[in-house]
Design a binder for this molecule. Structure first.
Ligand code: AMP
Length: 365
């Protein structure tokens, strides 16, 4: 099948590789001439905001998917490509707007942090008597990797953030003192069959994912049941096909749903080495109507993002057996340039390896 992918970053690259391995032809559309997916796909350089180009790109495709959710829905509709889109356009609409996303979670009985939608500056006055300070202000649209958000401790700081953050409206969320962050990645087939990867424990630095450990240690059956039930409710509601990630905050035995990504997710990169079938392969399987692959874990696995620079050889040598992925991107501060995964026979030795690696680059894991 001809599988179109909108966006050619590392997610588009891993999707292209998986599509090829399954006997499909991956075609990528990206505005970046140095896109990571270029070498692994039939590549078209061009804007994702050009309906005519998009229409031409989609002409002979069997299916069209995407590696990120901040695509223009009106452009997709104008180009007439929404019938080809999998996951379908409804998932994209909900996933790209924190207002719609949180409302959807609430309507499905999925708990979230208390929040307010701020449409005008005077709405900031309501924070003190509702969710309270400190809180976190986020743009409802276009935010990712900690961009477009700020923690504020007072009305004055909130007013400054209102000026600095765009586009409006904003969402104000209560600051959650979570025990840890988790994610639940699942895949749903065209017939509604579900498969779940285990809960993953994630650590963020400056809003950017630093490390993931899978399966997350210390999970209780109750946490697993909640996470799976939330993701299933959401996917059934959206009649979703493909891989979806839910980002969660654990507070004691409760899970608060932070956000959804209607696509493959950075906290699922560990599946390349750690699961029988990776998230990328399962996404392609689902969207092309193939049977789902096994989400079973092979060994406890950790993934670390390489942000701003790739680790030096000496650092890599201290983690024997690590799989190193370099996305071939130009180095820039705060940019994800690659990732490492390593496995271990048990959770304790995995933690030891992860701590050693984090220490060697001066970070906390
Ligand atoms: P997001 O873009 O919503 O995924 O936020 C990026 C990161 O900021 C999260 O992974 C958390 O580490 C932190 N964060 C976001 N929202 C909250 C919140 N309401 N309370 C505490 N930390 C948060």
């Amino acid at each position: 099948m001809k599988v179109g992918i909108l966006g050619g970053g590392q997610l588009g690259m891993f999707l292209s590789i998986a599509a090829k391995q399954l006997g499909h032809t991956p075609l990528v559309l990206s505005p970046d001439p140095t896109a990571s997916a270029k070498k692994f796909s039939d590549f078209t350089l061009g804007s994702l905001d050009d309906p005519t180009l998009l229409q031409g790109f989609a002409r002979n495709l069997s299916v069209l998917t995407y590696e990120f959710e901040h695509l223009s829905v009106s452009v997709l509709k104008k180009a007439g490509v929404s019938p080809l889109l999998v996951p379908a356009i409804d998932a994209l609409i909900v996933g790209q707007d924190r207002d719609l996303e949180k409302a959807k979670f609430r309507s499905l009985g999925m708990p979230t942090a208390p929040y307010l939608i701020l449409r005008q500056e005077t709405d900031l006055d309501a924070i003190a008597n509702s969710i309270g300070f400190p809180c976190i202000l986020k743009t409802t649209l276009q935010g990712y990797d900690g961009k477009g958000q700020r923690r504020v401790k007072s009305l004055e700081e909130a007013k400054q953030a209102w000026q600095d953050l765009a586009p409006h409206p904003l969402i104000a969320e209560q600051w959650v003192k979570f025990d840890r962050e988790l994610s639940q990645i699942a895949v749903r087939s065209q017939s509604g069959e579900m498969a779940y990867y285990p809960l993953v424990e994630n650590v963020h630095h400056d809003g950017i994912l630093f490390s993931s450990v899978a399966p997350a240690p210390y999970t209780t059956p109750s946490l697993v049941t909640k996470a799976q039930s939330y993701v299933q409710r959401l996917m059934d509601e959206l009649n979703y096909v493909g891989v979806l990630a839910l980002e969660l905050f654990q507070v004691q035995d409760e899970l608060l749903v932070n956000e959804m990504a209607p696509r493959v997710h950075n906290s699922g990169h560990w599946t390349l080495e750690g699961a029988v079938c990776s998230q990328f392969e399962n996404h392609i399987r689902a969207i092309t109507g193939m049977p789902l692959g096994s989400t079973e874990v092979k060994l406890p696995t950790a993934m670390v993002n390489c942000v701003g620079e790739m680790p030096k050889a000496a650092v890599l040598n201290s983690i024997p057996g690590a799989a190193v992925y370099d996305y071939g991107k130009e180095a820039r501060p705060g940019r994800k340039l690659g990732h490492l995964t390593f496995t271990a026979a048990d959770e304790a030795s995995l933690r030891e390896k992860l701590n050693r690696f984090a220490e060697s680059i001066g970070k906390k894991s």
